[in-house]
Design a protein around this ligand. Sequence first.
Ligand code: PRP
Length: 194
Amino acid sequence: MLTLSPSLGKVPPMDALEKEILLSREVIAKRVQELAASISRDYEGSELIVIGILKGAFIFMADLIRHLTIPCRIDFVRLASYGANQESMGKVIITKDIETSIKDRDVLVVEDIIDTGYTLSFLVDWLKERNPKSLKVCTLLDKRGRRKTPFEADYVGFSIDNFFVVGYGLDFDENDRNFADIYALKPLMGGKKK
Ligand code: PRP
C-alpha cells in the first residue's frame, strides 16, 4: 500500500491555481491491478459477490472487476449521510438497497474513499445481518487520519492525507467524477471531507 502526503505523489499540475494530480491514471491502473490480483488469490475457488457503493465507487469497481480472475456477480448500494456541513455526523441511511441475496456468499464491498468511517461501519453491520459467508471491504483511498469511528478495510489502494480529492468517480458537488486522474483541490486541501 502506498501512503501519499502533501510532499509526495505530485506531478506537474494541470491548473496550479486550482488542482493538481495526486494520483495519475497510470498509477491508479497499476494499483487496481495489484488489488485485483490479491483479491483473486484470496478468493480462488469461490464466486464473489461484489457490492459497489454508489456513486463514487462506480469507476473503481468497473476497473477492479475486469481484472478479477475469479467468477463474480455485482450489485450496488447507495447510502446517504447527514451532518451539519460537508462532514458526516454518523447518521447513515440506505437509499438504494442491494437486489442480490448474500446469505452464505462471499461478499466484497467496494468503496472509493473512507473518511470518518461512518458509512462503512453502518453498511458492514447492515450486510452482516443477512448472514454472508464472509464480508470484506476494498477501498481505493483511505483517509485514516480522519476516522471518527474505528474502521479498517481489508484491501486499501492508497492511504492519503486530508486532501479534497476529485476524479475517477469522486466528485465536488457532483462534478468532476469523469476525470481519468485523481486530483487534489488546492483551495480545499486540508479542509473538507473527501
Ligand atoms: C463518500 C464516499 C463514501 C463516504 C465516505 O460518499 O463515496 O461513501 O463519502 O465517508 P465517511 O467515511 O465519512 O462515511 P458521498 O456521500 O460523498 O456520496 P457519493 O459516493 O455519491 O459521492
